[in-house]
Design a protein around this ligand. Structure first.
Ligand SMILES: [Zn+2]
Ligand SMILES: [Zn+2]
Length: 410
């Protein structure tokens, strides 16, 4: 089977790179990925399957395997997900397919994810006679902003037929070919908060007549920084940052209102609860002590992505065993470019970044892994780039993982 996958990914390599470049050159922001969505639909139109538009730009393509399942075995339905949106960043990487849309860039690799998932669909379609089950290919809008995955779930992508397992990958500015595939929690849960502090305005020559909201805000910011050191279990992982402060209108007026906005990132539910609780207590207590008030509003962000232990074990083992074959014909700058042995790491640290695949992983057994496509600029930076020679490696790992996970397990 691996030989067939290698040959098919080679056959489609040029088309995949061409599609990736088209998407890269015409990046679109979250929830307005109209052109990208059209390109995907066009590319899938020649394949056997059912194409549905979900929301304005999401695409769900459902393909059924052509092999009859063994008697008594149950079909599996696997969802493969790619995100399609770009970021409000001005590209600095020079290439013939540099972004044509001013101030918008694929700086997180979602162009690669989209083109890769089209390649996976092409390969799975050619291999249809060899697998039984159902694969749902999901091209989702708005990962960077606006929780596109949640909208897709609301649009019914996990139902009818019900998804047994979801799979996604993310390209990363890491060594080429390096795979991170962990069990359990791998990304942070992120929640926003807004504190609105109200005091009383006064002329600065008579401060005793006012309640200084800026002074209260200063005390609150300092106190919030003690939550990590004094309220959390030292072995828990969480961050809390105030990223925006706004308030006051004149240098000679005691400000009557200040707004603080920030973000909490946590890897476990307990820390999340403690931080939210303490923010509310500390901010209202301090405001009250100074004679003011503080209103605290939390906004639930993306939940953590949690990988199925079993799926991570199975796919991790499979990729380790077949790694040398999967990279055998990939052009490398130097023979030692990739580390070959030990290139599939299963005990990498979780990251404090958020990823909206968390909404899917909350609902169904899931597996999300990262593939190194070169140490260029960091993700979300104007110098982010990928080595396109490794896209077919992404396709190979995903096809292989999907086929394996569709096998019925007891
Ligand atoms: Zn991103
Ligand atoms: Zn991303």
């Amino acid at each position: 089977m691996i030989d067939k996958i290698l040959n098919l990914t080679n056959e489609y390599e040029n088309d995949t790179v061409e599609l990736r470049r088209k998407i890269h050159q015409n990046p679109e922001l979250s929830h307005v990925e109209y052109q990208t969505s059209r390109l995907v639909a066009e590319s899938l139109s020649k394949l056997d399957g059912n194409l549905e538009l979900v929301g304005d730009t999401g695409i769900l393509f459902t393909m059924e395997g052509g092999k009859a399942p063994e008697p008594g075995q149950k079909y599996k339905t696997v969802l493969l997900r790619a995100d399609m949106d770009a970021l409000p960043i001005e590209e600095q990487v020079e290439s013939e397919f540099k972004s044509r849309n001013k101030g918008i860039m694929h700086a997180c690799g979602h162009d690669v994810h989209t083109a890769n998932l089209v390649a996976v669909a092409r390969v799975m379609s050619r291999l249809r006679g060899e697998w039984s089950g159902i694969v749902k290919f999901l091209y989702q809008p708005g990962e960077e902003r606006g929780a596109g995955a949640r909208r897709m779930i609301e649009g019914g992508v996990l139902l009818d037929p019900d998804v047994d397992l979801a799979l996604a990958l993310h390209v990363m500015p890491m060594d080429k070919g390096l795979v991170h595939l962990n069990q359990g929690i791998i990304t942070a849960c992120s929640d926003g908060f807004t504190l609105t502090i109200r005091g009383k305005s006064a002329h600065s020559r008579k401060p005793q007549q006012g309640i200084d909201a800026i002074n209260i805000a200063g005390h609150i910011i300092v106190a919030l920084n003690s939550i990590q050191g004094r309220n959390l279990d030292p072995f828990s992982t969480a961050t809390l940052s105030v990223g925006m402060v706004s308030g006051g209108n004149a240098t000679n007026v005691i400000a009557d209102m200040v707004q603080l906005k920030g973000i909490i990132r946590s890897l476990d539910g307990r820390s999340r609860e403690v931080i939210r609780d303490q923010i509310a207590k500390i901010s209202s207590g301090i405001a009250k002590a100074f004679g003011g008030e503080c209103e605290c509003v939390f906004k639930d962000g993306y939940p953590s992505v949690s990988n199925s232990k079993e799926a991570a074990r199975i796919v991790g083992g499979l990729l380790k065993d077949s790694y040398n074959e999967l990279v055998s014909d990939i052009d490398m700058d130097s023979p030692g470019e990739t580390c070959l042995e030990g290139c599939v790491i299963q005990d990498a640290q979780p990251v404090m970044a958020a990823e909206d695949f968390g909404f899917i992983s909350q609902r169904v057994e899931s597996l999300y892994y990262k593939v190194g496509t070169g140490n260029y600029g960091p993700g979300h930076s104007p110098t982010f780039d990928v080595d396109e020679r490794w896209i077919k490696f992404c396709t190979r790992t995903m096809v292989l993982a999907c086929l394996k996970l569709m096998e019925v397990r007891e």
